[in-house]
Design a protein around this ligand. Sequence first.
Ligand code: TPP
Ligand code: MG
Length: 567
Amino acid sequence: MNVAEAIAEILRREGTEYLFCFPTTPIMDACAEIGIRPIVVRQERVAGNMADGYSRQTNGKRVGVVSVQQGAGAENSFSGITQAFTDSSAMLVIPGNWSSDYASLPPNFDTVKNFEHISKWADRITSKDGLLPRMRRAYTLLRNGRLRPVILELPLDVASQEISDFSYAPVVQYCSQADPSEVKKAVNMLTGAKHPLIWAGQGCLYAEASKELVELAELVGARVTTSLMGKSAIDESGPLAIGAASFSKNALVVKALAEADVIFAIGASLARDFTAAHIPTDDLDGNPKRFIHSNVEVSDVNLYFSSESVLIGDAKLVLRQMITYIREKGIQRSEQHVGALKESVALQKRAWRDSFEELISSDDEPINFYRVIGDFMKTFDPDETVVSHEPGVTRDVLVPHYIATKPRSYLGWGHSTQLGFSLGACLGVKLAVPEKMVVNFMGEAAIGMVMGDLETAVREKIPIITIIYHNSLMNNYSRIIPKAAKLFQNDELSGNYAAVAKALGAFAERIEKPAEIIPAFNRAIEAVKRGEPVLLDIICGNQPFISYGGEDLQSLRDMQQKGGYGS
Ligand SMILES: Cc1ncc(C[n+]2csc(CCOP(=O)(O)OP(=O)(O)O)c2C)c(N)n1
Ligand SMILES: [Mg+2]
């Protein structure tokens, strides 16, 4: 057995089903030989996106593996790895190299040095004797703490070295609980709060803590919002779930963030970037908001917000500790209190949704994107579907309006918001959950970045549905780059995406009338059942009505008239 074969065997023991790759890679043959299916992409970035989607969908239980060649392949893979790094998704990346002697010498691209800042750990396997400790360390890091990529470069001369004493046991996940005195503090803060709010992040999905999240919310009488990446950690149709707190958001989230005197962030970084909802500093009485922060690692705590109680541990175990403490002390809120809160949430949800009804049922031509989402929710079963978005209108409308019901039924992403991510990510998702309908919504700029990989979906028979929000524009960029847009039309994009998709072998349709949307969705579902990837190119208008501040449609219209958002 040589080093490449030993790695393939370790990957197999760690549960690897697929190798997301582009040749030449040092482990492709060894993987193929033992039944790990190599999936060849058309651009290495997409290999990373596929591994990322696959890892996230399995909550990091099955880690996506990527392999590419040195230089060109590694350089092309950079953005796929950075997206996984910023969004905290695990993947093992095994780039090759011609020779261990020259790997770090110019003019060669030094993958290890260059990838150091976009990984949890980047290293080179320098000899057969260094393999096993590195693989054990790689999987220990990939399964524990904050999940992020690990890079292990494998030079070809090392790949062919013979190993005589091979032994490897898969690495497990080790979960820990929080300091009990912090649990007590956190519970007292929540049960004593006037308007407690739970902010659930992706850590709740990784820890599979959705049940505990609901249980704690019921006990302390808290509304629950999620971060963009935490969307679907709680059933958004549930009575205390108010929707995701992203850049775009609904009125319930804005109200809850304004009212909250105590915010409990669980499995969340509380990172402040432009995709995160703004959290006002004070509560309605003018007192500074108080924070409780729970994360699997200490690195984000006390960063953007200073926290009075810090619970380091696995989200599920920490929530269970809190639930147990509350029950033991009998300090839960009364049923009456929680019932009244649920009633007010239900009323607000209805009012906000009703205010958008006109757009959701719009017969406008070009098609209104809200109509697309409305018809989508009428046609697809949310329990059996996984949905994802792209930067732009697809994200900003889907996040507040699409109601995710099951954990990981929505792939919310985007600390670094790379246009094009959702195609590869959803291909990875589909491989992880082949029984689900997997649908990604993309604008023209997004599909343009990765169009070639529709062919990957066709060739590898990975039937996802890609829906293009085709407004021939980068929505609202006439405001962001007004001079370039006016003088050179730099905000305009063109293309016949259905024609390209058909030419690449996908089932594709162009839709121009609102009445055609649902029949096209049904034909798409049938095509997926036949194993065909689908692209629906839906010709839409520009979308001025995006709820960045949580407003209802009327206030968005007023704002538009005054020259505020959109036009
Ligand atoms: C790789 C990358 N470059 C730039 C951006 C910034 N950006 C976000 S949305 C957007 C325009 C997207 O246009 P389109 O895909 O047509 O979607 P629409 O705005 O029409 O919804 C741009 C340039 C980005 N998110 N990712
Ligand atoms: Mg567009």
